[in-house]
Design a protein around this ligand. Structure first.
Ligand code: MTE
Length: 310
């Protein structure tokens, strides 16, 4: 299938996000058959009926340019500067890939990536993402609701949390040769957070396969939490009774908690969290409670002191 584009733009000047947005316009008129025929990382993707970016979505939440989404990253396994991951992540080999499923679960095994993901249909979800450092992006993800994967794996009644672990391989991840963090990178969610409809196991962005610097071949995205919860390049999913330890909490317990819900009322000890800068803009915007997803997720934390559980 060929994409139709106006003749005034030479193809070399069309950016991936223009292509993507144009494809969406085209698809809006072309129907499901055309959608099915397009090459996508995981076959047929479906568009979700649910409003993708939450009810707090502002009218000006347009997707951050592809260049920024894939060129301004935190992925310390490839260096600590924002442009390091794009330059260095080519050493990661996202295929073949296996994911170990362990702990309190009825179907523990080492799954080939396709065996874990293939039964599910990827959906397209545009989420605001807020980094704890004070910048944000709007990213059109492609992924599978984590709840669907979890349902198939059948956690036992003892599973209260899920722990997610990044690959540990200094050959592929040169940043792991220095001890900036205690490798491997580990994150965790409470079970009700992991099975919330917004929580996504991401396999792509902008309608394409996930670039290495964004956590290929699969990573977590939890839009109401600070970005560090979104562990990348996952090799293990473990269901636990106890709250898992998470890397940034271990590195600096006073600065990064387990919950990490976006909260403008709770400052980081070294800076305010009241405002954020959308990458590509100069002005600062107010940061919203739960990153603007409060209507969907605030009830998960009813009765909890969110200053203590930061
Ligand atoms: N996952 C791993 N394994 N290593 C990391 O350094 N950084 C986190 C998170 N996941 C990180 C990680 C942080 S701080 C952020 S803000 C997001 O990834 C950034 O995701 P992005 O680069 O795709 O925007």
């Amino acid at each position: 299938m060929r994409l139709i584009r106006p003749p005034d733009i030479p193809s070399a000047d069309i950016t991936p996000e223009q292509l993507y947005l144009r494809r969406r316009e085209f698809l809006a008129g072309a129907g499901a058959a055309a959608w099915a025929a397009l090459p996508l990382p995981l076959g047929l993707a479906t568009r979700d009926a649910r409003p993708a970016a939450g009810k707090g979505r502002a009218a000006d939440d347009k997707p951050t340019p592809y260049e920024d989404v894939t060129g301004y990253n935190n992925f310390y396994e490839f260096g600590t500067a924002k442009d390091d991951p794009r330059r260095n992540a080519h050493t990661l080999r996202p295929r073949p890939w296996t994911v170990e499923v362990a702990g309190e679960v009825k179907r523990p095994a080492r799954y080939a990536l396709d065996d874990l993901l293939r039964p599910h249909r990827p959906v397209e979800r545009t989420y605001r993402m807020r980094c704890v450092e004070g910048w944000s992006m709007v990213i059109p993800w492609l992924g599978i609701p984590f709840r669907d994967i979890i349902a198939r794996l059948e956690p036992t009644s003892r599973a209260k949390y899920v722990e997610l672990t990044t690959l540990h391989d200094p050959q592929q991840m040169p940043g792991q040769r220095s001890r900036v963090l205690d490798w491997p990178y580990v994150e965790g969610l409470r079970m009700d957070e992991a099975t919330h409809p917004l929580t996504l196991i991401v396999t792509g962005l902008y309608g394409r396969a996930l670039p290495n610097q964004n956590g290929a071949p699969l990573r977590l995205a939890v839009p109401w939490k600070y970005g560090f919860k979104g562990a990348k390049s996952l090799v293990r999913i473990r269901f636990t009774e106890q709250q898992p330890r998470n890397t940034w909490n271990l590195a600096a317990p006073d600065e990064y908690g387990f919950y990490a819900n976006v909260n403008p009322e709770v400052d980081h000890p070294r800076w305010s969290q009241r405002t954020e800068r959308r990458i590509g803009e100069f002005r600062r915007r107010p940061t919203l409670p739960f990153n603007g997803y409060a209507d969907e997720v605030a009830s998960l934390y009813a009765g909890m002191d969110l200053r203590r559980n930061f």
